[in-house]
Write a protein that binds this ligand. Structure first.
Ligand code: BEZ
Length: 386
């Protein structure tokens, strides 16, 4: 009799679903300041990802906390500490600026808080300052621009002038381009780094670049700075003598419609363009445009979308065990809107395709046509010791 009772209760226990875990996800994005528009796209994409992949959570749940990084390292560190220590966030995500990521690294590492980076490309965060708690689904700065060096050299371009905002991301993107362009026989003959905040007039910088006689202007600008830069460059009429190239944030799908004809002919490299032809991108673009007034989903929105998917798939793999969840994040891989995506176990940086594309303006709209795909772009370990 007793034996039967025990057997029955074990059977009943096995039939019960594992106890549900609530995961608090702290979303830290710029909702004000120079990168505010980028933050909105990432958050939109994150919410769409929760909607598209949330069914994989089973009985587990996600609660979203959110705060404004203001693209300010000090403010972000204080807000991250509050989210983790007071609000008990299980995982942080977001972060747009490389400077903000640099300021957050030691806190997430020492507090053992998982951070899923959905934009900031700071090379060191998956290089010499890597951490088992940092997983990046976006890109590293170097990976975006180093593919342009050999490609430009192959097009017969021999000299380039560099321009980017004066902070970590600007310098890392330009250094990576210089290394591969010069290795392929090109030469950088000048460079300029205007301040990230407060630069309204790029005219003097463009004029100096034109006077250098370089055959190409290679740049990194994003957000409001990119809109201004591309418009002012077009007004300057420099395109004939000094064609414009860039890290693809220069003409992001988030704002290329605002740049319009000014973006025509600009060639850039990026991990995502809306014209990628696969089923996952179709689902993403259709869902995004339906949810957000017909706006195109950008690389920023894709990174938010993929961050949500990565977190959900890690929760599902952990089966309600929060300690296990931390180790599952870097094991996730999938085919997403940008193509195949996996995380490098040696650095926790994303391995993905890069696309070199040309902006074509016709009938009042810009289309981003892919000229070349560089598959499976992966960083060197760059001093990372996990
Ligand atoms: C960065 O700071 O890492 C960054 C910001 C905007 C676009 C791309 C990179």
């Amino acid at each position: 009799m007793k034996r039967t009772l025990i057997a029955t209760s074990i059977a009943a226990l096995l039939a019960l679903p594992a106890s549900a875990a609530e995961y608090k996800v702290g979303v830290l994005l710029p909702f004000s300041g120079v990168y505010a528009g980028l933050g909105a796209h990432i958050e939109n994409g994150f919410k769409l990802g929760l909607e598209h992949f949330g069914d994989k959570l089973g009985t587990d749940t996600i609660t979203m906390l959110r705060d404004d990084t203001e693209a300010n390292p000090g403010a972000t560190l204080a807000k991250a500490k509050k989210m983790v220590l007071a609000d008990k966030a299980d995982v942080l995500t977001g972060i747009v600026s490389s400077a903000v990521l640099g300021g957050l690294r030691d806190f997430v590492h020492s507090s053992k808080t998982p951070l899923v980076v959905s934009n900031a490309g700071n090379d060191a965060a998956t290089g010499e300052r890597c951490s088992p708690y940092i997983t990046r689904v976006s890109f590293s700065n170097g990976s975006i621009t180093r593919v342009m060096g050999p490609w430009l050299a192959e097009q017969g371009v021999k000299t380039a002038y560099l321009m980017a905002p004066d902070y970590a991301a600007g310098h890392q993107m330009m250094d990576a381009f210089r290394a591969t362009f010069e290795a392929a026989g090109g030469k950088v003959i000048g460079e300029a780094y205007p301040p990230l905040k407060g630069t309204k007039d790029y005219g003097p910088y463009i004029s100096k670049a034109k006077a250098s006689g370089a055959e190409a202007l290679m740049t990194f600008f994003a957000g409001g700075a990119a809109i201004n830069f591309v418009k002012q460059y077009a007004e300057f009429g420099a395109a004939k003598d000094l064609p414009l190239y860039g890290a693809g944030f220069l003409t992001s799908a988030a704002y290329v419609h605002v740049q319009g004809a000014a973006a025509d002919g600009v060639i850039a490299s990026l991990h995502y363009v809306p014209t990628i032809d696969n089923a996952e991108n179709k689902r993403f673009q259709e869902g995004y445009q339906a949810a957000y007034e017909g706006k195109l989903g950008s690389e920023f929105a894709v990174a938010g979308y993929d961050s949500a998917r990565l977190i959900i798939e890690a929760i599902a793999a952990a089966g309600g065990d929060k300690a296990k969840f931390k180790g599952e994040l870097a094991k996730v891989s999938f085919n997403g809107p940008r193509g195949p995506l996996k995380i490098d176990p040696a650095t926790h940086n994303v391995i993905q395709n890069m696309y070199i594309f040309r902006n074509e303006f016709a009938d009042g709209k810009v289309t981003q046509n892919v000229l070349a795909t560089i598959e499976g772009v992966q960083d060197e370990v760059n001093g990372c010791k996990m």
